[in-house]
Write a protein that binds this ligand. Structure first.
Ligand code: G1P
Length: 298
């Protein structure tokens, strides 16, 4: 029933990644790996699994390495095959976006005017219908992709906008967009407001929005009208909130585990989580975490 309703995924990837300097001086933060897979790859895999047709990367001229990562590199694959590494060549092909199956577009956001502005940059390139926005910093791991879950649930909410939501401690709400909750039915939350980075005292709830959105096409007009908000930036949250009367807004409590890979702590947590699921890391985890003796002890 929900098959094919969300045809476009927008990936805002123009940010400078200052929190990870100096690692991000020459390497886009979206290419930082969790174990051996760059953040952007997890985001692409999630969009692909959710059945989108077009992927739009809102990037920056200084981040052309993203383009090189996401597209197929036939020369590199040929070299690998010549050197007897056919399996690696196959894995690279599978990871790259197949342009026979998906449209890929790169749109430049030359100035850091905010997440809302980044989404607006994609306006002229989206396919008809609701669009997905994926923030690669928010790594969501679980048996089912977060975007797939949201698309499956989308027809059951009577809102044009559906955002991924999770409960956070009250003293952390000022890092997020936060929902004002009207009612709940299972994992679906009907919201009548959304505020960007409220103070803990003023926050309408502790239900934070994380980086997966399904947005009604009306978002682009709302963004074009939107004045700068928190941090002097055009906030996606403000444009969503401004359109609630027209489009409605729901939150969706996804089943996966979310890692804030925009922070060093979140990145480390994601690595440990994945390492804990792979026996290849047993010895190193035992050495550092699972034994009483200090790793530095002789
Ligand atoms: C952005 C959004 C915010 C959302 C957050 C999720 O903030 O503006 O509403 O809750 O992503 O990660 P940022 O983390 O870019 O400051």
């Amino acid at each position: 029933m929900s098959e094919g309703i969300v045809k476009t995924a927008i990936f805002p990837v123009a940010g400078l990644g200052t929190r990870f300097l100096p690692a991000t001086k020459a390497t886009p933060k979206e290419l930082l790996p969790v174990i051996d897979t760059p953040l952007i790859q997890y985001a692409i895999n999630e969009a692909r699994d959710a059945g989108v047709e077009r992927m739009i990367f809102v990037s920056h001229p200084s981040k052309s390495a993203i383009e090189r990562h996401v597209l197929d590199d036939k020369d590199l694959r040929a070299t690998l095959r010549e050197r007897g590494k056919a399996r690696l060549a196959r894995e690279l092909k599978e990871a790259a976006i197949d342009e026979d199956l998906h449209d890929v577009m790169f749109v430049m956001q030359d100035e850091p005017l905010g997440l809302g502005h980044a989404v607006l940059c994609a306006r002229d390139h989206v396919l008809p219908g609701p669009v997905a926005v994926i923030l690669p910093d928010d790594l969501i791991l679980g048996p089912k992709g977060c975007l797939s879950e949201m698309i499956a649930a989308y027809p059951t909410c009577d809102s044009g906008h559906l955002v991924a939501a999770m409960d956070v401690p009250r003293d952390e709400v000022s890092s997020y967009g936060v929902l004002s909750v009207l009612s709940r039915a299972g994992r679906m939350i009907k919201a009548n407001g959304m505020v960007e980075k409220p103070s803990p005292e003023k926050s309408p709830s502790t239900l934070a929005v994380v980086g997966r959105y399904i947005l009604d096409g009306s978002i682009f007009d709302a963004l074009a009208r939107q004045a700068p908000g928190v941090g002097g930036e055009i906030q996606l949250t403000d444009a969503i909130a401004a359109g609630i009367a027209e489009s409605g807004l729901s939150g969706f409590e996804f089943s996966g585990q979310r890692f804030d890979c925009g922070s060093k702590q979140g990145m480390l947590a994601a690595e440990l989580h994945l390492a804990g699921q792979d026996p290849a890391f047993d010895a190193v985890l035992d050495r550092f975490f699972r034994t009483q003796s200090s790793p530095t002890a002789a």
